[in-house]
Design a protein around this ligand. Structure first.
Ligand SMILES: Nc1ncnc2c1ncn2[C@@H]1O[C@H](COP(=O)(O)OP(=O)(O)O)[C@@H](O)[C@H]1O
Ligand SMILES: [Mg+2]
Length: 247
């Protein structure tokens, strides 16, 4: 925390209110404040329904907040115009989902190049090659998603995000559908994505994966219940268990 110029993400007192099935207000984020430093790897854990995905989407500008402020790469996400927000999301923010979100009719190479094409920018063939190599899929560029394993599809999704060289990558349960080996590979790639000038925010159920982060935020019922720096897997488990029992 502290030095604002070192923070890629700053959220101050954000609130998000959905409606429950009866139309009553359902506060999902309650006064959440956090920072993510440049190059920092932050994990978010917490019981199901505690607001992890909502928080991630609020930070990435995918979901508007109802109160508070969100700053990403020095820009106020909550007050930007639609066009400026779209540009910020395209240039500085990467998002990775549990379901990969690749286009089934396009090859791995085409999926990686697509965001640049949609932004009317060129992504050179060698940049695509490099992105494929970075995720260990140099020999799979011409495969379509259905010809790839789940782990390989997620690695294509990571390559697609990293090719845009974002300042921060948000990942929502990116290993939720993967076996142990594929999960380990994805986690390793996310760690190498977090560098001096790129940060990673990972939402995960995998407490051992969370324990590899620089910092772990434990959410409970829409609030940050605990923040743990360089915790052991045991410490993460204890904090999540406590949050689950309290919620
Ligand atoms: N679009 C939505 N409309 C109404 N309620 C929602 C919506 N998205 C999430 N919620 C509710 O917000 C709460 C937090 O959801 P979520 O952020 O997905 O939690 P988590 O990712 O921790 O499981 C849950 O009670 C969920 O039902
Ligand atoms: Mg979720």
């Amino acid at each position: 925390m502290g030095d604002a110029s070192r923070d890629v993400v700053r959220a101050d007192g954000i609130t998000k209110i959905y409606s429950d099935p009866d139309g009553r207000p359902l506060p999902v984020l309650k006064d959440v404040s956090l920072t993510v430093g440049r190059g920092e790897f932050v994990a978010i854990v917490g019981p199901s329904g505690s607001g992890k995905s909502t928080l991630l989407y609020a930070l990435s500008g995918l979901e508007p907040v109802d109160g508070g402020s969100v700053e990403v790469a020095g820009k106020r996400v909550d007050t930007l115009s639609r066009a400026a927000l779209a540009k910020l999301r395209r240039d500085e923010v990467g998002v990775i989902f549990q379901t990969y979100n690749l286009i089934g009719s396009l090859t791995a190479r085409e999926n990686i190049a697509l965001p640049a094409i949609l932004a009317h920018r060129a992504l050179s063939a060698s940049a695509v090659d490099e992105a494929l190599a970075d995720v260990g899929l140099s020999d799979r560029g011409d495969h379509r998603p259905r010809e790839l394993s789940g782990g390989q599809q997620q690695r294509v999704a990571i390559a697609r995000v990293l090719a845009a060289k974002p300042q921060v990558v948000f990942a929502d349960e990116p290993t939720g559908a993967l076996d142990e080996l594929a999960s380990a590979k994805v986690l390793e790639l996310l760690h190498s994505a977090a560098t001096a000038d790129r940060s990673v925010v990972l939402v995960t159920h995998d407490l051992e994966a969370a324990a590899t982060a620089d910092r772990v935020l434990v959410l409970r019922d829409g609030e940050i219940h605990r923040q743990l720096a360089n915790p052991s897997a045991r410490a993460v488990l204890d904090a999540v268990t406590e949050a689950g029992q309290l919620s």
